[in-house]
Design a protein around this ligand. Structure first.
Ligand code: FAD
Length: 284
């Protein structure tokens, strides 16, 4: 590894000021679980790393909102999310997803901000948070902005974040009336990287689907909303015919890439089956 400067600012504002616009070899480092792998592989050689570990403690807090939503500081570790009763109560799908996300050593240091900013399409939480309608708040020298998690990603490891822009907070809206599920399909261990991820969220009135969000990940460059499949559900009751129609529409609405975990055709079949299973699981 080549030598680099390590800056340890005490506030997020100072951290932003230490980052550089443009394509300079300067990056924020939070848990370091993703960035260090890139540095060890020689894919990224920093001139300066800006550590977020010493910024204000409030940026690691998880708060339940009076309306039933959640506000999660970007520096909250994935372990703190797994243990949080507020998260389990407001959005149990997040707690369930985290249990098979990597291992406890990674979760103890990895942060939600780093997880979302990295842009790796195999990550488990971007599709889940997209299905839940979550938003992120960011800070850069030009000010703050809010955007949907689903708008963060533009391509393989690419996001809309500027080089000197940090995620500061994640907001999960109240899930009253919604039911969600995430299916992580792995071809090796259960806590391996997903071969395919399918997140669903349904708003029901009695047995009728009023609204639906279905998001596929891991075999696509970014998490993708399957809007055609969602349309098959609105106004319908989830019987076997509707579920099968939705599974077919899911496959026709997206191109899935094959890799070492399976061919494109195999992943299409996984999507057809697991979209239906995720919907059944969401229905409880
Ligand atoms: C062995 C192993 C197994 C794994 N398995 C899985 C898995 O099964 N499922 C899964 O989803 N993930 C998995 N991961 C990935 C893991 O979830 C990520 O490495 C982790 O979430 C990244 O968070 P971090 O805080 O360590 O980010 P860092 O490594 O510190 O940073 C990652 C990137 O985000 C940027 N960044 C950090 N914080 C911010 C911020 N607040 N605002 C803007 N940019 C920021 C950094 O500059 C860097 O570019 C695995 C990782 C490892 C090492």
């Amino acid at each position: 590894m080549t030598p680099f400067e390590l800056a340890e600012p005490r506030t997020l504002r100072e951290a932003v000021a230490l980052l550089a616009a443009g394509d300079a070899p300067v990056r924020a480092i939070a848990g370091g679980t993703a960035l260090m792998l890139m540095m060890k592989a020689g894919v990224f050689q920093p001139a300066r790393l800006v550590s977020l570990r010493r910024v204000e403690a409030q940026h690691a807090q998880i708060a339940a909102m009076p309306d039933g939503g959640l506000r999660i500081g970007a520096m909250a570790t994935l372990s703190s999310l797994v243990k949080s009763l507020a998260v389990k109560h407001a959005a149990p799908v997040i707690t369930q997803t985290l249990k098979t996300l990597s291992n406890v050593r990674v979760r103890n240091v990895a942060t939600l901000g780093g997880h979302l900013a990295h842009g790796d399409p195999h990550m488990d939480l971007p599709p889940v948070l997209t299905a839940l309608g979550a938003q992120v708040r960011t800070l850069s020298p030009t000010g703050e902005r809010k955007l949907a998690v689903g708008e963060l990603y533009t391509g393989y490891y690419e996001t809309v974040l500027a080089d000197n822009e940090l995620i500061t907070e994640i907001m999960v809206p109240p899930q009253t009336g919604w039911r969600a599920a995430y299916m992580k399909i792995t071809t090796r261990a259960a806590d391996d990287w997903p071969t395919l991820g399918v997140a669903v969220s349904l708003r029901m009135a009695s047995n009728t689907v009023m609204d639906a969000r279905i998001v596929v990940s891991a075999a696509t460059n970014t998490p993708v909303r399957l809007t055609t499949a969602e349309d098959t559900l609105r106004g319908a009751s989830l019987d076997a015919t509707v579920l099968a129609r939705c599974g077919d529409a899911a496959v026709s609405g997206v191109e899935l890439a094959g890799d070492a975990h399976g061919s494109s055709a195999y992943k299409c079949e996984l999507l057809r089956v697991y979209a239906q299973r995720a919907l059944r699981q969401a229905m409880g």
